[in-house]
Design a protein around this ligand. Sequence first.
Ligand code: COI
Length: 355
Amino acid sequence: ASNAEQACEASVCSKFGKNEYADVDWDNLGFGLVPTDYMYMMKCSNNGIFEQGQLNLYGNIELSPAAGVLNYGQGIYEGMKAFRKEDGNLLIFRPDQNAMRMKIGSERMCMPSPSLDQFIDAVKQTAQANKCWVPPPGKGSLYIRPLLIGSGPILGLGTSPEYTFLVYASPVRNYFKEGSAPLSIYVEEEYDRSSRGGAGGVKSITNYAPVLKALLRAKSRGYSDVLYLDSVNKKNLEEVSSCNIFIVKGNVISTPTTAGTILSGVTRKSIIEIARDHGYQVEERAIPVDELSEADEVFCTGTAVGVAPVGNITYKDRRMEYKTGVQTVCPQLYSTLIGIQTGRIEDKKGWILEI
Ligand code: COI
């Protein structure tokens, strides 16, 4: 038996049958942390090689107050989802893409990273060991969060002498409090998310706290999230705090090019491919903010967010409204994506890891 199987047998999961569940109110799941039973941990010191990873009970970790991640923000993370099929198997969506992205991000942040196989094995073990926390079909997914941090102490600015890779998971459903209702987005002009030459193109933890200022201000005014513009000219669309953005005009779907300042979303990439399969013309290009006034439809994509329709965007006190509803492009593309993710549509692309 693998580590994961042994762990699962010893865990809460074993109190239940193969297809049974932890005690969660599945109908009231949002995107809050629901602590699960196990997390995966693996360390590496100066030699740069990660080894002897294992599942541990989920819980707090001990860190030096001088840890690189706490003082200098040396950390990156990933996010992916596992869905439960009717037959009880779990379907993990494109973990190879996240493994690759962590590798690229770790290089930017001067960190060693687990190999692609180590990453995928850790994700599988974490999902399997927490299987009873994977929502029933149609009620959400298990959000899997790999984290790579400089865990060793360092006082002068420099790379950490030790790194920890860990993977934890939480059952989730809708990211926004709007549920699946259209989002209301505010175009931020004062603060930037990312600058040329910065780390905006990788999933560095340092990209997230700085957006809170604009995000909280927009939320207090009733918006769901904030859309950032490029930091050089404040002219082109970049991304939303938690997701990528797409605009639709006729048969053409456009999304900003991810040239270093925008995160290369796995859902973004998948939706581009699905849209082309559906016969749409998809353009990755610079999108001037003025094009927001001409778009028929706008939607956002992200692992946590899924594919979310945008009902309106406010830019310079002007509120622009967009088409939403069953006849639009967004639900059409999303139903293909979620169909593949949940096993209702055959995966002809090799996107699904079934365990
Ligand atoms: C994800 O979509 O997985 C993310 O990491 C976004 C985060 C703000 C929840």
